[in-house]
Design a protein around this ligand. Sequence first.
Ligand code: NAP
Length: 306
Amino acid sequence: MSIALLIPDRKLDQLQQKLQQQLPGVTIEIWPEISKPEAVDFAVVWRQPANSLTAFPKLKALQSFGAGVDSILSDPGLPDVPLARIVDPDLTRSMLNYLHGVLLHYQLRFDQFAMQQQKQQWKARSPRKIQQLCVLGLGELGKAAALYFQALGYQLSGWSASPKQIVGVACYAGLNEFAKAVAEADVVICLLPLTAQTENLLNDQRLSQFKPGAILVNVARGAIVDDLALLQNLDSGQLGAACLDVFRTEPLPAEHPFWQHSAVLLTPHISAVTNADTAVLQIAENYRRVQAALPMFNLVDKQRGY
Ligand code: NAP
């Protein structure tokens, strides 16, 4: 029995060491240097190369190294075994911190003052009126964001697949209620998973249902937004600005118009990065549960896609 780490875009020596401290005596190897593929029964994955998991015939379970699982589920060679993901208060704290920073950036008009500085323009302005927020996705991160900003005095609406009741948050569910959820929001925060249902969800039709001048913050996945529709809605003034942490192709290609657009603030997918110190505790716990034939914590519904 051994563990394979398949996370191609990350240096894994430290993760391997930390996990080894939690699981002494267990063989933990970094793909593609796996000495006995037939002994691997547990794999930690994130953007694994397509079909790479077919090399492990005895695999019993998969553990995502992140909160999102779209890149894992899109693998045509995904084995039919349970998949768990990271749900970590530390990750949630990072996301709330990022979102709070972004809100203050726009509220205090730092975007406009940065442009004025370029032109050596001295022009005082009072803070932007940002009172109403909408959170798309009311799961682990979305619900936490809604409650956090509601406690800070903002008015909140939220949107999810199934109906929810969250004290102090006007909750809407399903495509029929999308327009109502976003109608009054000064800022719309996207915290949806990327699935067949949410790909290109934020297209021209839906962006036109936003309040004129609203700001979109996408910290979920790039493919939820139709890039061209977003650019058109920014150019027409239907949207006031967009803060994007995630993109259809990452890193964002050099020729992409988002780089140069004056109404786009972009960050390189850093809003909530998995913390290896806390993640290894969950990974080790799930590994032990698999060995004891118990269900893993934070299981993903593979049919639903999140
Ligand atoms: P989660 O707990 O799985 O919650 C997902 C939420 O989205 C749920 O409320 C779900 O509704 C809703 N939803 C799913 N499909 C929907 C649809 N078709 N229409 C309306 N609502 C829908 O996910 P999470 O942990 O909060 O994370 C959300 C996403 O954030 C992840 O999937 C990941 O892609 C992204 N993320 C990004 C970063 C980053 O660094 N940028 C870090 C972590 C996570 P129900 O509750 O009704 O099922």
